[in-house]
Ligand binder design. Structure first.
Ligand SMILES: C[S@@+](CC[C@H](N)C(=O)[O-])C[C@H]1O[C@@H](n2cnc3c(N)ncnc32)[C@H](O)[C@@H]1O
Length: 286
């Protein structure tokens, strides 16, 4: 089951006009893409995702929906290039719903501590290094720094030592068990390996670098008056978005429309507890 996060709020803030050209930079299961396409028709929506499996699911989900969508398999750091190659001028607006979807987390690609699968974690299976390569090859200190810097895992050194001692590690359940054995459970809600899995996924997909590249590309991607709506879940990503949006605002190049980040309603959090840490920020280019 996939729950789109902050969907009505995002559409409201986007101020979409019929006939405009928009991009959903993180198509996922296609919920935001569908909403954009319905409002922008007969204009176009370019729907990007670096995960080919997600894109295929979105295409299937939207097969009977609006047809003014072009799906593009790419990382959003490549958005300026792929749109230029298609002759698309500047956009009337874009959305990005960062991170991964529940469908990806529960699949068998190594993202989950509760489903077994090879320790891969690449969103784009054709690129880069796997989580197994990281846990099996990084020196202990670098592994600990990675866990601390990307997920603020306070027990990073203990976990890194356990990982190095138990090499080779090839599957997600094996990784989850090693972490669980090495540190005491401190929360009933949080599995002890939650932060380890998140840090590895972020490192494998270079997620913070991707967000920085996107922020730097915003003035190139958007028309004057166009809006960018970005949803972040991870505090590091939210901080990058906030800092860039504030900087563009201060430089007079854009208006930060959301003085305070928009959060899901209590009702949304009740229905989908995973939405609780989501924050939406919206910028309008001047
Ligand atoms: C939270 S989900 C989006 C869900 C979507 N808004 C929906 O309602 O169906 C995030 C999506 O972004 C994709 N993604 C993550 N990083 C990306 C990147 N750098 N470039 C393109 N897509 C990315 C993931 O593969 C995932 O499908």
């Amino acid at each position: 089951m996939h729950y789109p996060v902050l969907l009505p709020e995002t559409m409201e803030w986007m101020n979409i006009h019929s006939g405009g050209v928009y991009a959903d930079l993180t198509c996922g299961m296609g919920s935001h893409t569908r909403a954009l396409a319905e409002r922008a028709a007969p204009g176009m929506v370019y729907a990007l995702d670096r995960d080919a499996e997600s894109l295929a699911m979105a295409k299937a989900n939207l097969a009977d929906g609006p047809q003014n969508i072009e799906f593009i398999h790419t990382a959003f750091s490549e958005a300026p290039r792929v749109l230029r190659e298609r002759g698309v001028g500047k956009l009337d607006g874009l959305t990005a719903d960062l991170g991964v979807s529940r469908v990806q987390l529960t699949g068998q690609r190594g993202f989950s501590f509760s489903t077994d699968g090879p320790l891969d974690m690449r969103l784009d299976a054709s690129q880069g290094f796997t989580a197994a390569e990281l846990v099996n090859q990084l020196p202990e200190r670098e592994l600990a720094n990675l866990l601390f810097n990307l997920a603020q895992e306070r027990r990073s050194y203990v976990i890194a030592r356990a990982l190095v001692r138990n090499r080779p590690i090839h599957s997600s359940l094996q990784l989850a068990e090693i972490v669980s054995r090495s540190v005491p459970r401190t929360s009933h809600k949080l599995h002890p390996a939650t932060l380890t899995f998140m840090a590895l996924r972020m490192a494998v997909n270079q997620e913070l670098d991707e967000v920085t590249a996107l922020m730097e590309a915003l003035p190139e991607l958007l028309k004057p008056g166009a809006r960018a709506a970005v949803i972040a879940f991870h505090s590091g990503e939210a901080k990058i978005v906030k800092t860039y949006f504030q900087r563009l605002h201060k430089e007079g190049r854009a208006r930060l429309l959301t003085k305070h980040a928009v959060k899901p309603t209590d009702r949304e959090v009740f229905e989908n507890s995973a939405s609780r840490s989501a924050t939406l920020r919206v910028l309008e280019l001047v």
